[in-house]
Design a protein around this ligand. Structure first.
Ligand code: GLA
Length: 372
């Protein structure tokens, strides 16, 4: 079969309704792809081993030598090179190509522009060169690119959401078995509103990997002590309490958050299925509390916005979303109150931090796909 000469891929960012920082802890997550995409145009250039990649907004072209990838000189290069590097571990079928990237996914906002880029490029190269990779391979290529080239030891949630998204649905993913279920999202008359602190997070700065390490150490200790298979799914509150001294306060807090959040996602999904949006909102607030106090991945700007929303009867729930340390809060807001809430939050936020708040509404959308 002939490959198409030029293709355009749309690869979405993601939201996560609940289940934060537990994708790498054998937990459950509830993400959805969003209607903001990175667009990647790809065509073969006939060269056996040279690629040229342009990204809108950056004036310089990344020249890719397929025989000697190197590391690149700018942040976005690592995602591109990392993906190619992973694909080359599977197949040598990728040859010279020209690529143009245009992002409509806000960067550093916790909606995973990075996974959108990784998955979009992997998807596009798969189509262009008929590599025959399945969706799970694309997801894992994106994740490993992030681990090995970018340096963030991320979980699987972002790449999964970007590739598997379905319009009108969130996805309950069991990050231990990788089984998942599409959950119809009926939030009416409420909507999902993202408030962007415009404080940029940077996961590779190390705090993300530190959290992962602390959980890993805590879990190892619990597994040894109680002779259980090493998974947070086997850890109970009782075990945690008994091991508080051994774990030390920090590891205890991290592990305790993980165990609670795993339970919380299941409660949240049950609430969603029953259209108990009040209850769902309360669980969002609880997650935020845990992320702030026990997991310590929030920041004053995020905490301020969540605290503010608690005084608004039209907001059922709010929390920081994604890796943390900046980015967006996710808010469940009555559709009639959105503009009044945004106005109020914008003024209060500007007064407090001198930063302009930005916002957007979004909803679950289709995963990475061909535009043509
Ligand atoms: C980032 C990571 C994900 C996940 C979230 C926190 O987005 O890429 O794997 O761990 O943080 O839930």
């Amino acid at each position: 079969m002939n490959s198409p000469t030029e293709i355009i891929v749309a690869s979405p960012g993601r939201i996560n309704l609940i289940g934060e920082h537990i994708d790498y802890n054998d937990g459950f997550v509830l993400p959805a792809a969003i209607d903001k995409h990175i667009y990647i145009t790809l065509k073969k250039n006939g060269h056996p081993s040279r690629g040229a990649v342009m990204s809108k907004g950056f004036d310089h072209t990344l020249t890719v030598d397929l025989n000697n990838l190197g590391r690149g000189t700018e942040g976005w290069h690592t995602y591109v090179l990392g993906v190619i590097n992973e694909i080359q571990k599977i197949t040598t079928a990728v040859k010279g190509f020209d690529c143009h990237i245009e992002s409509k996914v806000p960067v550093g906002s916790g909606v995973s522009s990075s996974a959108a880029l990784e998955c979009g490029l992997a998807f596009g190269l798969n189509e262009l060169f008929d590599l025959g990779l399945d969706k799970w391979q694309l997801i894992k290529i994106g994740q490993r690119a992030e681990h090995d080239f970018v340096g963030t030891k991320c979980g699987i949630m972002d790449q999964f959401a970007s590739v598997m998204g379905r319009a009108g649905h969130s996805m309950l993913l069991d990050c231990r078995s990788l089984d998942f279920e599409y959950i119809p999202m009926n939030l009416a008359p409420y909507r999902l509103l993202l408030l962007n602190t415009n404080v940029e997070h940077n996961l590779s700065s190390g705090e993300y990997n530190v959290r992962r390490q602390q959980c890993e150490e805590g879990l190892q200790l619990l597994a040894n002590r109680f002779n259980i298979e090493k998974s947070f799914r086997n850890v109970t509150d009782e075990m945690l309490k008994k091991s508080k001294t051994e774990l030390g306060q920090t590891r205890y807090d991290r592990c305790s958050y993980v165990v609670e959040e795993i339970q919380r996602v299941l409660k949240a999904v049950a609430a969603l299925k029953e259209h108990q949006l009040d209850k769902f909102g309360q669980l969002m607030y609880q997650t935020h509390e845990g992320l702030t106090k026990k997991y310590e991945v929030s920041c004053p700007e995020l905490d301020f916005l969540v605290a503010l929303s608690k005084n608004e009867p039209a907001v059922l729930g709010a929390r920081m979303m994604g890796g943390g340390f900046g980015g967006c809060t996710l808010n469940l807001v009555h559709e009639d109150a959105i503009s009044a809430f945004v106005d109020k939050a914008s003024i209060a936020y500007k007064n407090e931090f001198g930063i302009d708040l930005t916002y957007f509404q979004t909803g679950p959308s289709q995963g990475t796909s061909l535009v043509h």
